[in-house]
Design a protein around this ligand. Structure first.
Ligand code: FMN
Length: 213
């Protein structure tokens, strides 16, 4: 059911309400390259800590590769029948992106070289040592891009399903994921064959706390 939105962007709200996790896809549908590109371009408009862009997208759209993914995703059929599966990977060495990103900012006059050096130093120090920080950041930031991917796809008339149900170690091995990346989730993209079950949400007063617990 669509609510009446009196404020903000009704188009965006409609897209959000229309997005559901679709598990049954029309296997004959493929995504034109241009549309896939657009979807990914919209995904990377996501924000990220210091703009480090901790995401990498492994596009799996070759039938044999999707077949290979089936047992890794515990037989969940959507990985085989969807048009593509996007492996959302988080970059645990995202600090390595820092020079390129901040050098651009200096060139464009948004930062002085001195401030850039300070920021780069403090980011690099956060990535040193044996802490959960790089992994937490990778998963946090790549998840934002995944959400944008799902909304962009829906906005373009496609359906998606986010998936955490897969064997990560087997995925890393089968798809030769470099150590730099942590698998965050899989997102299937395609056109629905049957409508998904509509999911309910907890009432807002159960999930919102005002000012302090
Ligand atoms: C991180 C994450 C992992 C999920 N893993 C799976 C999965 O492995 N298989 C599946 O069918 N659905 C999976 N889902 C979909 C959820 O079941 C679904 O989002 C939830 O029931 C709400 O329904 P909706 O997405 O249609 O609103 C996952 C969702 C998220 C966010």
């Amino acid at each position: 059911m669509t609510n009446n939105h009196t404020i903000a962007d009704a188009g965006l709200f409609q897209t959000m309400e229309e997005r559901h996790s679709v598990k049954a896809y029309d296997p004959s549908v493929k995504i034109p390259e241009e549309e896939l590109k657009q979807m990914l371009e919209m995904s990377v408009t996501a924000p990220s800590s210091w703009n480090l862009q901790h995401w990498k997208f492994l596009v799996i759209d070759d039938e044999a590769q999707q077949e290979k993914l089936l047992p890794i995703a515990y037989g969940q059929k959507q990985v085989k029948d969807s048009a593509a599966v996007i492996g959302i990977l988080g970059d645990i060495e995202a600090n390595r992106n820092v020079e390129g990103i901040f050098t651009d900012a200096v060139k464009q006059g948004h930062l002085t070289e001195e401030i850039k050096e300070k920021i780069v130093g403090s980011i690099n120090s956060l990535y040193e040592g044996d802490t959960s920080f790089p992994r937490d950041e990778a998963i946090l930031n790549a998840s934002l891009a995944a959400m944008q991917l799902m909304l962009s796809a829906r906005g373009m008339g496609y359906d998606t399903c986010p998936m955490g149900g897969f064997d990560r170690d087997a995925f890393i091995e089968a798809f030769h994921i470099p150590e730099r990346y942590v698998p965050v989730m899989l997102v299937t993209v395609g056109k629905r064959e049957t409508d998904p079950r509509v999911s309910s949400r907890l009432p807002l007063d159960e999930v919102v706390v005002r000012n302090s617990f």
